[in-house]
Design a protein around this ligand. Structure first.
Ligand code: SDX
Length: 430
């Protein structure tokens, strides 16, 4: 019996061998591409719980052990020793940069942060209360209307220009969305500031006075961007790959990813966690909300808890929780009732049979909002912050997908349970 195939036998006894494909680490996969041609059946896996969509070299997650690695480097080591621009280089190009490579990449990002002035006029068309994620997806999608010169996805130089442009400009677009809702003038980027410093400057500086960058805030943002940078084939990254697989321009593929991230089951959860904590109000209400989360007839879920892959602690949540203590202390917000409430909610949930049985732990979104809030970032901007970090992962996966020699348009099949064939009936006979 060969060890590198699965043998599948149909009910009428027709067998076929399905090759097993092994990766560097993690579960093997079974190649089922010939299944329909040879057995006339599809696999069925709504939500893709057991389905691998691609062969990727970028990020590895072990949900049981709580492991997250970018290009083989544990995220804990990158969080401790690296910075976001260096991690972006690693995710994009596969290796940690030399000092010269890092300087060149950093300089390129710093000098491409400005927007076409015409794009700025887009923001005057939005209502003052437009959600920043709506503005982000709209303006990023509009980049394909401005940057025709980087739309030839088969041209390596064009792909490189797109990569640096989108990563450099995302914070500028994000900050412009915030300034629109704040009713304040747009603040131009500065080339002398690093990635996180520049974002803080564009978010919070005003023409009326000098703005001093808070280094604790900048370091916290940089670390949050590292932790949000990539996460294998999550919903939004799979959306970018799917959209890009049709040959659509990369700006539109990233805009599709932004839209997918917005959902409360995905990147929208960080905003939903803060709203949930405010709704809970104080620790005496926690048992009531935990019971609601367990009630199958109640759509309420504990936002920031649970994960499709992690059935243990999300390593990012552990790092962010530790960072909360440091940021709140150093920002002088030691009396953070919301953080205390979050810690108590975590304690209660992790001692509850339901959460233990279903392996529901805090995920990356549970604590991140506490830090964003401590930095003065409005709740409606939380998912935008997630998108800034994740854009690097989306671009890395888009590049991997578009340069795959065996790449094909993504086009899943279905189980059809609709009406059987029937004839048209004239309206007067219905
Ligand atoms: C992110 O995929 C990624 O990698 C995503 C992400 C990334 O970096 O890209 O990590 C970022 O999106 C983190 C997740 C943020 N979302 C939330 O915090 C929203 C709350 N969590 C859930 O909606 C849910 O846990 C999901 C969406 C995260 C995962 O959904 P799954 O894998 O489809 O799991 P499920 O809904 O089938 O839940 C399994 C069981 C169910 O009970 P049963 O039907 O088996 O009885 O657990 C229950 C669920 O009802 N459950 C919860 C719960 N999460 C799952 N019950 C109460 N509260 C919760 N939060």
């Amino acid at each position: 019996m060969s060890k590198d195939v699965y043998t599948l036998t149909s009910p009428d006894g027709k067998s076929m061998e399905l090759p097993i494909r092994k990766g560097t680490t993690g579960p093997d996969v079974i190649e089922i591409g010939r299944l329909f041609a040879e057995q006339g059946v599809f696999t069925y896996d709504p939500g893709f719980v057991s389905t691998g969509s691609c062969d990727s070299d970028i990020t590895f997650i072990d949900g049981k052990e709580g492991v997250l690695m970018y290009r083989g480097y544990p995220v804990e080591q990158l969080a401790k020793h690296s910075n976001f621009v260096e991690v972006a280089y690693l995710l994009l190009y596969g290796e940690l940069p030399t000092a010269t490579e890092l300087t060149q990449f950093d300089t390129s990002i710093r000098t491409h942060t400005m927007l076409n002035e015409g794009m700025l006029r887009f923001f005057t068309g939005f209502r003052y209360d437009a959600h920043p994620m709506a503005m982000l997806s709209a303006v990023v999608g509009s980049m394909s209307a401005y940057y025709h010169d980087t739309m030839d996805i088969n041209n390596p130089e064009a792909r490189e220009v797109f990569t640096h442009r989108i990563i450099a400009k995302l914070p500028t677009i994000a900050a412009a969305a915030h300034k629109l809702t704040a009713g304040q003038p747009f603040i131009y980027p500065r080339n002398d500031l690093n990635y996180a410093e520049n974002l803080l400057h564009m978010l919070f500086a005003v023409p009326a006075e000098d703005y001093e960058i808070n280094q604790v805030a900048a370091e916290a943002l940089d670390l949050l961007f590292i932790l949000h940078a990539d996460h294998e084939q999550n919903c939004s990254t799979s959306t970018v790959r799917m959209a890009g697989s049709s040959g659509a321009n990369p700006y539109s593929a990233i805009a599709a990813g932004i839209s997918a991230l917005w959902g409360p089951a995905h990147g929208g959860a960080n905003e939903a966690v803060l709203r949930m904590l405010k709704e809970i109000g104080n620790a005496k209400n926690i048992p009531k909300f935990v019971e609601k989360a367990k009630d199958k007839d109640d759509p309420f879920r504990l936002m920031g808890f649970g994960h499709r892959v992690y059935k243990n602690f999300d390593p990012r949540a552990t790092i962010i929780r530790e960072m909360c203590h440091k940021v709140l202390d150093q920002m002088g917000r030691t009396d953070s009732p919301l953080f205390e409430l979050a810690l108590e909610l975590e304690r209660v949930a992790l001692n509850d049979e339901y959460f233990i049985e279903k392996n529901l732990y805090p995920n990356v979104d549970f604590y991140s909002g506490i830090i964003y809030r401590a930095l003065g970032i409005p709740t409606s901007m939380f998912t935008v912050m997630f998108a800034i970090g994740r854009t690097v992962g989306w671009v890395a996966h888009w590049r991997e997908m578009i340069t795959d020699p065996g790449g094909r348009i993504s086009r899943p099949r279905q189980l059809y349970s609709g009406a059987a064939k029937r004839d048209y009936v004239a309206v007067k006979e219905r």
